[in-house]
Design a protein around this ligand. Sequence first.
Ligand code: HEM
Length: 414
Amino acid sequence: MTGDAIECPVYGDFDPLSASFLTDPFAVLASLSPEMPVFYAPSIDYYVVTRYADIEAIFLDAETYSAAPAQLPLVPLAPEAAQVLLAGGHKPQPSMVSLDPPAHARLRSPTARVFTPRRVADMEPQIRATVSNLLKGVDASAPFDLVSSLAFPLPATIIFSFVGIPENDWPQLKDWCGHRATLAWGRPTSAEQMHHAQNMAAYRRYLRDFVATKATARDDALASALLAIHDEDPEALTHEEVASILYSLTFAGHETTNYLIGHVLRRLFQDPNRWDEVVANPQLIAGAVDETLRYDPSVPAWRRVTKRAVTIGGVQIPEGAKLFLWLAASGRDDAVFAEPDTFDMRRPNATKTLAFGRGIHYCLGATLGRLEARIAVEGLTHSFPRLRLVEGQSLSFHPNISFRGPEELWVQST
Ligand code: HEM
């Protein structure tokens, strides 16, 4: 720790689950003093880190910063709910994203072996077909919601078929994913925790049974590819670990991308000229997706805990401090992005965004998520080039700290 580091300021008003924050987190960011790049937020008992350079350094230093809290319930669990999770086998097998080396590599390496760029590229025709089918189902003679008609169903369909989950089970899995998001990243009451915990235990059980079934009925989907790695050396990747990887992928491939698509569309329609521009020039769509990840990321915050006392941004932080890495704030850091509050589809360095993390946990689905978003927007520009936002709607957001996107986005043809 350097001698001139200051004590950490406390910001009592900061609450990422408050109604005003959920409506407009960037207004809260703008109200912060530039002198306060790191502060303690008693509402969540986390140290909030806002600057790009500080967050990047934390992501890159797995020795000092543990990923353990990445998926921990934000509010301490009621003992009964914790017991339900334990009994359901939740605790003994933490997911990849919350494991530190060397345990992390046991799950990451086999996943990276099967989740190849080739396998993602092979998904492209299916993504196009899914977008096209979804849009065929839209009745554009009346206003319609882009979230329920496109953004929500697309990523679930893609990730579940990618993994090899039978189609009949998709609605159930979607439902379980919702429980998981609220339990780990929201502020449920004790009674609600019990309900979510029971659902998560059922989700775990389902995946274990699924792996056992797939073990004797292989196909060419991702679960079977993981089981083929298990066959090479059953000790190096157990069935339980395969189920854990599927637990990561079925969730991570879902709300992240649903909300990314929602955000891209929101930002394009917000200024009708932007929408008309991408309709006229679809080459701009990839840039619009990257710029959205910088400007309004669908995973706006991620978590770490300090393994020793450190100085972050000139501020003293104790050992064991839980860190709220405000990725959305890092995208608005003018030390990295010129005029950061301007949405610019042609921004040359938008891909520097920290929206997918950095370092050993860097998002394994970044290419897939971007591809889905690009194809979704392309499909919409083809099918409905003359769309506009329905005026006067106020957007709502699910109350959790790490997955953000509009719950509905109504548009109409002109
Ligand atoms: C498109 C929007 C997405 C965003 C914004 C996003 C964001 C993130 C972030 C912030 C992390 C944590 C990085 C860290 O701790 O350093 C992460 C990790 C991860 N993501 Fe994504 N993600 C997205 C899509 C996906 C998709 C589509 C998949 C898979 C199908 C996926 C799978 C994963 C996995 C497996 C990890 C854990 C990697 C590890 O711990 O080594 N993500 N993602």
